[in-house]
Design a protein around this ligand. Structure first.
Ligand code: NAD
Length: 313
């Protein structure tokens, strides 16, 4: 697998993803493509000037032709959320952009893994799969990889534990209907509820869980309200997915993929824990959730399905 990444959309998210990928030494080549060629060129120059501080990487601007030998094509192009605007409000605007972008990618490659980051990421993952006609494992969205990190971070503050030692997942839509899967949360192999009893900090009440879930769900709105956009953490999330693909890690990540019957859901994309390696999202884990979580997940899927049907792709 050639370690070449093409990034379409060199805005806040695309450029920060390039920076995170470069900084972690994951790619030998990164190509930036943007309708705003001047912006792509500026980002390319700025990134290249860090060449002496990172592992060798060729960074250039380019066009869809450069997809030909890319192993991963990241799509971060499109409109961003305005303050107060939900991710789903962006569906029509960004679907129109994807109808132009995706056919140009598959004109040049059917081998690359397509990684969608543009919001609403689940809708656009399904749109990309449909337009590209690539197999389900080759089209994924960054999904709730970022939300899962936010959740683990918040728990780490309360439990005073390294977030890497906290196993937890946010599932479903990357957005207002996401499902914080408390039933799958564990620390040191101990279910979260039992861990809380053990450590005696009394953080397993319903109120505490609702407060944390709310903070996870609303953090993007808060950041957008304060600084206009979110990009550092999502850039790192994108780099983590790229790393798992290039290194064939088989890491479990909550990427968004088009479902094929899991929890009775089909033909729409949302996040479930998936094993990510060279083949992309190689296996989706259909884990047992609590009754309430499964109900929320199915509702999240039905909402996404309704939006997809309204888009007429
Ligand atoms: P931005 O406005 O900074 O960048 C978007 C870029 O896309 C611009 O440079 C623009 O010129 C380019 N673009 C627009 N149409 C294009 C086309 N047809 N072809 C090529 N390039 C095109 O926005 P941003 O902050 O980088 O956000 C990008 C997207 O990522 C938004 O939809 C945002 O909501 C989303 N996002 C997703 C997550 C996530 O977790 N999935 C997190 C943050 C932001």
């Amino acid at each position: 697998m050639k370690n070449k990444v093409l990034i379409i959309g060199a805005g806040f998210v695309g450029a920060t993803s390039a920076y995170a990928i470069m900084n972690r030494g994951l790619a030998s080549e990164i190509v930036l493509v943007d309708i705003d060629e001047k912006k792509a060129e500026g980002e390319m120059m700025d990134l290249n000037h860090g060449a002496t501080f990172v592992k060798p990487v060729r960074i250039s601007t380019g066009d869809y032709e450069d997809c030909r030998d890319a192993s991963i094509v990241i799509i971060a192009a499109g409109a961003n959320q305005e303050p107060g605007e939900s991710r789903l409000d962006l569906a029509e605007k960004n679907t129109a952009i994807f109808k132009k972008i995706v056919p140009q990618i598959v004109d040049y490659t059917k081998d690359a893994i397509l990684l969608v980051v543009t919001n609403p990421v689940d809708i656009l993952t399904a749109v990309t799969r449909k337009i590209s006609t690539l197999p389900a494992n080759k089209v994924m969205g960054s999904g709730t990889v970022l939300d899962t990190s936010r959740f683990r971070y918040l728990l780490s503050l309360h439990c005073k534990i390294n977030p890497k030692n906290i196993h937890a997942y946010v599932l479903g839509e990357h957005g207002d209907h996401e499902v914080v899967a408390w039933s799958l949360t564990s620390i040191a192999g101990v279910p979260f509820r039992d861990y809380c009893v053990l450590c005696g900090r009394g953080h397993n009440s319903r109120d505490f869980m609702d407060e944390i879930s709310g903070k996870v769900r609303n953090s993007a709105y808060e950041i957008i309200e304060k600084k206009g956009a979110t990009y550092y953490a999502v850039g790192l999330a994108v780099a983590r997915i790229v790393e798992s693909i290039f290194r064939d890690e088989n890491t479990i990540l909550t990427v968004s993929t088009v479902l094929e019957g899991q929890y009775g859901l089909k033909g729409l994309a949302l996040s479930l824990p998936a094993i990510v390696g060279h083949g992309g999202a190689e296996k989706i884990l259909d884990l047992k959730l609590s009754e309430e979580e499964e109900k929320e997940l199915v509702e999240s899927g039905e909402i996404l399905k309704g939006i997809l049907q309204g888009l007429k792709i």
